[in-house]
Design a protein around this ligand. Sequence first.
Ligand SMILES: Nc1ncnc2c1ncn2[C@@H]1O[C@H](COP(=O)(O)OP(=O)(O)OP(=O)(O)O)[C@@H](O)[C@H]1O
Ligand SMILES: O=C(O)C1=C[C@@H](O)[C@@H](O)[C@H](O)C1
Ligand SMILES: [Mg+2]
Length: 189
Amino acid sequence: MSNAHTSTGELDLPALAGRITRPLVLVGLMGVGKSTIGRRLANALSRSFVDADEEIERAADRSVSEIFEAHGEAYFRDGERRVIARLMEEGYGVIATGGGAFVDQETRALVLEKGLAIWLDCDLDTLVERTSRRDTRPLLKTGDPREILFNLKEQRGPAYSQAQIHVVTDDGPHEATVERILQELDAWQ
Ligand SMILES: Nc1ncnc2c1ncn2[C@@H]1O[C@H](COP(=O)(O)OP(=O)(O)OP(=O)(O)O)[C@@H](O)[C@H]1O
Ligand SMILES: O=C(O)C1=C[C@@H](O)[C@@H](O)[C@H](O)C1
Ligand SMILES: [Mg+2]
């Protein structure tokens, strides 16, 4: 995707990208759009992108579901903490985390110190609808997805709210969310 797909109004994207010296780290609940928006945000800023869930899968040579099934959530969280620490060192422009990563105290402290955390947030109905499209999220297979997402939203809100930037997404196109993030970054940097 080229910058032409993002209607950035008055924004000078190369200048904005030049001012951003830390990795941009997308945090928030499952289905909020960290992976899909993160990729587009990196494109808009001509920066590199990495998805932490994909990196964990690559390192373990197993899917997230398989890791949960074979070793349990605590084992997954250990790997996730290590992988994100490595990605923070490797100079990526934009990092999409898994939904639980920023809840870990150590990961959160590292991201807040060395990166710029962007909390993507949206309403429960939208999350339920978006996460119903794929069967790849082990935490949603243990009961009613709406109830699980509702509880996670409550539990994780205090952690997510520590992100430096908060953007609420809606049903509009991905590009509209990217543009909102760019506007917030411009105001922040
Ligand atoms: N702003 C948006 N508008 C419309 N659809 C969206 C938007 N953001 C995400 N989606 C859709 O929602 C689904 C989930 O998005 P995505 O995989 O990016 O979420 P995620 O936050 O990375 O989730 P996870 O934490 O499970 O990795 C995808 O089908 C994606 O296209
Ligand atoms: O919210 C979570 O805890 C998770 C979100 C996904 O991105 C994966 O990291 C995994 O399914 C766990
Ligand atoms: Mg994702």
